[in-house]
Write a protein that binds this ligand. Structure first.
Ligand code: HEM
Length: 217
């Protein structure tokens, strides 16, 4: 068997993963456009909203977006199997992007509020950095299984950007500003909780063989 087909056997293409990634990318472009289509017009409400935080917003938008885009590719088994060096390089860029993108979001929250969501930015940023740092530690110490699991825990903290913005209009409609706060905090809580559910799912549903079956086996 050729080395190429070995790689393909070890890393089959996951159509579900590709479809989910594409859906997530489309949702992200949609929420960015929906909120910021007027941002380059200085007299628009959105440009005026962000004006006091411009110095933080530009690096934040650039680095957090880089992390969000690169993260998707880091989960590609085929990319990892075929081009390990690319995976490593993108991984280090992801780390730098998280370290800049997270805290700069806190500075924006500090500058333009709303005050009710300041701690949400702190917790989201903390979760993003800590999970990424643990993933880095694991890969540096050769613990690839835990590296993968902590990267799966890291990415959702960034993905809160898209998920929260998708549900904010519903939150605002149902409960006004209180709805906004609830949507943001719920998204962050889900980012912290759902990856563990996903990672442990097979263990949760695995059935222990009944003793008679086990004996027969
Ligand atoms: C720990 C993670 C993050 C924190 C704490 C954070 C925090 C914030 C805050 C407080 C704002 C201002 C929102 C407003 O006043 O309306 C903001 C805006 C923004 N963030 Fe983040 N963010 C994070 C992750 C991300 C990610 C992953 C992206 C990647 C796309 C991103 C891109 C942006 C952009 C483009 C804006 C300006 C436009 C907008 O609000 O839609 N952020 N962020």
């Amino acid at each position: 068997m050729s080395s190429k087909s070995n790689v393909q056997a070890a890393a089959p293409r996951s159509n579900t993963k590709i479809a989910l990634s594409a859906l997530f990318a489309i949702a992200t472009v949609f929420v960015v456009y929906a909120k910021n289509s007027q941002i380059f017009d200085p007299s628009s409400p959105i440009a005026q909203h962000f004006a006091p935080a411009k110095a933080f917003l530009i690096p934040h938008a650039i680095f957090a977006s880089i992390a969000l885009v690169l993260g998707i590719f880091q989960f590609s088994n085929r990319l990892r199997a075929r081009y390990l060096n690319v995976h490593k390089t993108l991984g280090y860029i992801y780390i730098v992007a998280v370290v800049i993108g997270g805290p700069s979001g806190i500075l924006i929250a500090l500058t333009i509020g709303p005050k009710e969501l300041f701690m949400a930015s702190v917790v989201q940023s903390f979760g993003w950095i800590v999970t990424t740092a643990i993933a880095l530690y694991c890969v540096r110490t050769g613990n690839i299984t835990q590296h993968r699991r902590w990267m799966i825990r890291s990415y959702p903290f960034g993905a809160v950007f898209t998920v929260a913005r998708l549900f904010v209009p519903l939150g605002l409609k149902l409960a006004g500003d209180a709805g906004l706060v609830q949507v943001v905090w719920t998204s962050i809580a889900m980012a912290a909780f759902l990856p563990s559910l996903l990672l442990e799912w097979q263990q949760i549903v695995a059935r222990k063989p009944k003793s008679r079956t086990a004996a027969a086996a």
